[in-house]
Design a protein around this ligand. Structure first.
Ligand SMILES: Cc1cc2nc3c(=O)[nH]c(=O)nc-3n(C[C@H](O)[C@H](O)[C@H](O)COP(=O)(O)OP(=O)(O)OC[C@H]3O[C@@H](n4cnc5c(N)ncnc54)[C@H](O)[C@@H]3O)c2cc1C
Length: 468
């Protein structure tokens, strides 16, 4: 095995987290390298194809840290670890300003709430995976340019498969470059290889009995390598059973024009999600990310259908920035329509008698303000439940879109990887979608994938530089 290159900091993965860590470290005078598995010039990763909305739990990162902390804690129902929440919410705005300072462009808006910070050029409202030359792609290109200007390197076609340990500290990585094995040594390694959404075995272990029945709502480049390597060195893992994703048309399994948008989240959250047996799966009122997780856990994730009426179609159906009404049908997504629930069930291949009972019971509970007594209970605090009463009625066959996994390696506020037995693993850091503890929990709270990658990539680099 050839010995190559000594660095201060190595980032594993060239997404937003890895590039941010490397550029910030180079700016602080460290010798840095990014090791990226893909050999493509514009290599695919979730960071490159993202929508570019920089938010913290659907809030503007410029809001006061206390308000942001309340938002993250609230959306995760208290699951998010306090230390991570504080680091995230008190450094998010600074991280955004840093990104701006190195030349990343934003379409800054005001009074648009959580969409105030958009990477520019802003993604057009396309339903398919449109990314080339758009904000998130340009952000990665700007980061890479900065890295080179500051003397850092990005090695493409370099897949990390092992961590090098010396007396309990991480001191480098082993990689495959083409047919060769090459070692890279460093004072600090920042694992930033995304989550495990692209690893069917791990998805099967943690998220769904039928991993192939989930739609990869992203690039699927996160193979869980960093999580497995860190765990083998004694790292602590968070709860692993939550992911960030959305409810999509089932046609997304074969039609590229109906993913990553439109999301059917708002239709399901205002109406119902049912199985082929006409039964509800769980609490639709927790919103689309939660519903997508419910679908993944179902016996058959590809046999669920969103049921709603004309009022929902004309209201929440038009609410999103790329609303299902009307792009779902325009782009070839299936939507059944009928004047009665019985007729609708027949068209959508759902048990008609059972669906009639489910809709009747739901409408009655909504009218009587007893949604919490349904089986399973339905909440209406986060998303307003609406009756299914105004014909025509609609059924949209659905599938679960898996964007990235929320569980992973546990870290402290500086991004140092925690040891399961206590303390940290010296020299080992993690940032971005590989990390757990900030998002997820019983109601599957979402913190904002881009801001998480950016902020903790920055903090890891600063900690490494501070220990020089
Ligand atoms: C369609 C879509 C829209 C999104 N929109 C938004 C949005 O608007 N706002 C938001 O906050 N979030 C959004 N997200 C989520 C966001 O993109 C991610 O959470 C974030 O980019 C994760 O960044 P990361 O650097 O941790 O991982 P990634 O971007 O996944 O990068 C990881 C990199 O590591 C590389 N890698 C993997 N294994 C190895 C290995 N063994 N050795 C070397 N390299 C390896 C991969 O090839 C990849 O390049 C969106 C995601 C998708 C898919």
């Amino acid at each position: 095995m050839a010995l190559q290159n000594e660095f201060d900091l190595i980032a594993v993965g060239g997404g937003l987290a890895g590039l941010t860590a490397a550029v910030r470290a180079a700016e602080l005078g460290l010798k840095t390298a990014v090791l990226e598995r893909s050999s493509e010039e514009l290599y695919f990763c979730n960071s490159r194809v993202a929508g570019g909305v920089m938010h913290i739990s659907y809030h503007d990162p410029a809001e006061p840290p206390a308000a942001l902390a309340q938002a993250v804690t609230g959306i995760t129902a208290g699951y998010a670890e306090r230390e991570l929440v504080e680091a995230f919410t008190s450094n998010g705005l600074r991280a955004l300003q840093w990104l701006k300072s190195i030349g990343v462009q934003f379409a800054l808006a005001t009074n648009t709430g959580w969409r105030n910070w958009l990477l520019a050029p802003v993604r057009p409202p396309a339903t398919h995976l449109e990314w080339r030359g758009i904000g998130a792609d340009m952000c990665l290109r700007t980061l890479e340019k900065n890295l080179r200007e500051r003397g850092g390197v990005l090695h493409r076609g370099t897949a990390v498969f092992d961590l090098i340990e010396k007396q309990g500290s991480c001191v480098g990585v082993r990689t495959r470059q083409g047919g060769r094995e090459v070692e890279f040594h460093a004072r600090a390694v920042v694992l930033a290889d995304g989550g495990f959404q692209g690893n069917a075995d791990m998805v099967g272990q943690y998220l769904s009995r039928k991993p192939q029945a989930l739609k990869q709502r992203g690039t699927g480049t996160g193979l869980g390598d960093g999580i497995r390597l860190a765990q083998a060195k004694g790292a602590a893992l968070s709860d692993m059973q939550a992911f960030y994703g959305h409810v999509l048309s089932r046609d997304a399994m074969h039609n590229e024009r109906v993913w990553p948008y439109p999301q059917l989240d708002e239709l399901a959250a205002a109406g119902l999600l049912v199985t082929a047996q006409g039964k509800r799966l769980g609490d639709e009122g927790q919103g689309g990310v939660y519903i997508a997780n419910l679908m993944a856990r179902a016996d058959d994730p590809l046999a669920t259908t969103v049921i709603f009426d004309e009022a929902i179609w004309q209201g929440p159906g038009k609410a999103a920035s790329i609303p299902p009404n009307a792009v779902l049908v325009e782009q070839g997504g299936t939507l059944f329509k009928a004047d009665t629930i019985r007729e609708l069930a027949a068209k959508a291949n759902i048990d008609a008698a059972a669906l009639e009972v489910t809709v009747r019971d739901y409408n009655a509970a909504l009218a009587a303000n007893t949604l919490g007594q349904l089986h399973p209970p339905r909440s209406s605090a986060r998303r307003k439940a609406m009756p299914i009463a105004t014909a025509p009625f609609y059924a949209a066959p659905a599938c679960c879109g898996l964007t990235y996994t929320m569980g992973g390696v546990r870290t402290n506020a500086q991004g140092q990887v925690l040891r399961a037995a206590g303390g940290v693993i010296p020299g080992l850091y993690a940032a971005g979608a590989i990390t757990g503890g900030l998002e997820g929990g019983p109601v599957v709270g979402y913190g904002g994938g881009l801001m998480k990658a950016l902020t903790f990539g920055l903090l890891a680099a600063e900690d490494v530089a501070g220990r020089r």
